[in-house]
Design a protein around this ligand. Sequence first.
Ligand SMILES: NC(=O)c1ccc[n+]([C@@H]2O[C@H](COP(=O)([O-])OP(=O)(O)OC[C@H]3O[C@@H](n4cnc5c(N)ncnc54)[C@H](OP(=O)(O)O)[C@@H]3O)[C@@H](O)[C@H]2O)c1
Length: 270
Amino acid sequence: MNLKSVITLHTGREMPILGLGTWQLNNDTASTIQRALKLGYAMIDTSGDYGTQPGIGEGVRKSGLDRSDFYLVTKVEEDDIAYEATKDNLTELHLKYADLMLLHRPPRYGVGDGLWRSLIKAREDGLAKDIGVSNYSIEQIQTLIDKTGEIPVVNQIEWSPFGHSKEMLGYCQENGIIIQAYSPLTRGERLEDPTLQSIAQVHGKTAGQVLIRWNLQQDIVPIVKANQTEHLKENIDVFNFELDDNEMRKLDHLNEEYSSLGSHQLSYMR
Ligand SMILES: NC(=O)c1ccc[n+]([C@@H]2O[C@H](COP(=O)([O-])OP(=O)(O)OC[C@H]3O[C@@H](n4cnc5c(N)ncnc54)[C@H](OP(=O)(O)O)[C@@H]3O)[C@@H](O)[C@H]2O)c1
């Protein structure tokens, strides 16, 4: 396993095993993207509502990479006219297609099957290679599948040892849906946890690196946001150690369905 490793989606296409988040990366997005790509990051996560798409477009252009050398994930909002929003995203990014286009969250009413059909059409028209969802519960995903026959390739959800769900993991594994873990570092809020710290110490690693590793070892794809170069470097220096079963179990047991996003409830558990 290394930064260029990939995971195979149920469509047969491949996705990098670790991504760079860009929410609140507002100051110098283009330069952060350039630095990250130079360090070897291969996947970038954004959304129509992050305000980072123009900077990402600029960063990838300036990096001089071929389009096939990086994987781009973006999202449409629940109140968007989804097909148009996919095009608007690509215009902001100056890209012809997204590798993965997600429904950012379920709408207030229903499960968004109309939005989902728009994403299916966007994929058929070549605007996205694959499509998925974010912040969906098991019931919402299943209803979406029952109504449309189309299984999302990923569910992007908040996921850390402090907030995760065995049921969600089992459901996704059974259906070939990859979990993308957002806020995998708990936005910095739980890095001082004593259990986490003691495991990090054993390996001579940081708490953040242990959190990333905990995801990777379960085939969960962490999307980690970092602006500072030291953080960017640290978060990919995770391929030279392994958590043993006992350490994985200890981390699993930290679960308290914790969310670092203000609502203090995991979106997919509501
Ligand atoms: N689908 C959704 O609804 C949704 C919701 C939330 C997030 N996301 C996506 O997931 C990404 C990641 O989640 P997030 O931004 O909420 O939180 P996160 O990745 O858990 O944490 C980011 C914070 O941790 C800091 N950090 C990064 N590396 C660190 C390290 N090695 N040691 C200590 N601190 C470190 C960053 O600082 P610096 O920036 O200063 O380096 C930043 O303040 C987002 O950027 C976004 O792309 C999606």
